[in-house]
Design a protein around this ligand. Structure first.
Ligand code: NDP
Length: 315
């Protein structure tokens, strides 16, 4: 068996929340160790251009921004490692964490920054254009701006889909909303707002069969009415998916309080969880804002909370 490693501050996850926590923890002499997880850099690595993160007047690509955040964290000696945290035990004062089911770490403080993953339809064509940054997106607030004056499609019927459809309608020439049932799941007020918006066209009972494109970018979608069986092609250069998110918190469910969707519940106004010395930041605890800048903000808070916790413990 490999030796148990002891660390002061372990950060799980490497999106903007994790890296910001690392920068603050490293500068506070906490010698943070970060495990990057399955998707180093997090959700931003599937985003094209980030234009709304303050400090980048010309914008920056998601992957580029994550490389810079990593460099900044490493400049202050954060130990950034590849690896996936597969199990935790938060029962005692020392927090036990296993990496890749083998390596065991004992941490005084743990900062969880494992984020959330947007759900996608899972169509091959959708994944193709998502991977090449060719017009598939799960975030209208991030990417809607690139479709000014274009035709767009959005899939979903919850509050997020309605909110994002409304956001898109102010930028795009037309928004076609694809709802798989004959009704919205969204609150009445959100659904009404969408229904009243003239450039939002709602197609109920409609499933996406294929995202269409020219190999480089999206040109539309082939859809089918599940009641009549009728198929049609809708033209669009942007295909937005707003069918929910899944927080990456499964390994914590035996130890931390989660809400019904799996988001970690933090103590209001802080990043503290129900376990002393375990802190959460970013989308793992946030189903409302979900922005890089808000994740970074809570990453900073988590490092400060962890530092204060250690200072109080060490007397
Ligand atoms: P939800 O889980 O509420 O809704 C997901 C939607 O996606 C449902 O309408 C569902 O359809 C649809 N869907 C799921 N899978 C598919 C699929 N394969 N194909 C087509 N459609 C699919 O997620 P949201 O992200 O909208 O909201 C999450 C939470 O955040 C909710 O509690 C919501 O109220 C809240 N929220 C609140 C906001 C606000 O108040 N301003 C803004 C945004 C979110 P179906 O209905 O058929 O199951």
């Amino acid at each position: 068996m490999s030796e148990i490693e002891k660390v002061k501050c372990l950060i799980i996850g490497s999106g903007p929340a994790g890296y910001t926590a690392a920068i603050y923890a490293a500068r506070a002499n906490m010698a943070p160790v970060m495990y990057q997880g399955m998707q180093p850099g997090g959700q931003l690595t599937t985003t094209n251009e980030v234009e709304n993160f303050p400090g980048y007047p010309e914008g920056v690509t998601g992957p580029e921004m994550m490389v810079q955040l990593q460099a900044q964290a490493e400049r202050f000696k954060t130990d950034v490692r590849t690896g996936w945290v597969s199990k935790v035990d938060f029962s005692g004062a020392i927090h036990k964490v296993w990496v890749d089911d083998t390596k065991e770490i004992h941490a005084d403080t743990v900062i969880i920054a494992t984020g959330a993953s947007a759900k996608y339809l899972g169509l091959e064509s959708e994944q193709h254009y998502l991977k090449i940054g060719g017009g598939v997106s799960a975030c209208a607030v991030c990417d809607g701006f690139f479709y000014r004056g274009h035709e767009t499609i959005i899939v979903g019927a919850g509050d997020s889909a309605c909110e994002e459809a409304h956001y898109l309608s102010k930028l795009a020439k037309k928004v076609t909303m694809l709802v798989r049932k004959d009704e919205f799941r969204a609150s009445k007020i959100m659904a009404e707002r969408v229904k009243k918006t003239p450039n939002i066209d709602i197609l109920f009972n409609t499933d996406t069969l294929e995202v269409l494109g020219d190999g480089q970018g999206v040109t539309g979608a082939r859809v089918k009415n599940s009641v009549t069986g009728e198929e049609q092609v809708i033209s669009a250069t942007g295909f937005f998916v707003a069918i929910g998110h899944k927080p990456n918190t499964d390994i914590f469910k035996d130890w931390l309080e989660l809400d019904e969707t799996g988001y970690i519940i933090n103590k209001p106004g802080s990043t503290k969880t129900n376990r002393e010395g375990v802190f959460v930041c970013g989308d793992a605890a946030d189903h409302v804002y979900r922005q890089a800048i808000t994740a970074a903000g809570t990453g900073c808070m988590a490092a400060l909370d962890a530092e204060r916790y250690l200072a109080a413990k060490e007397g």
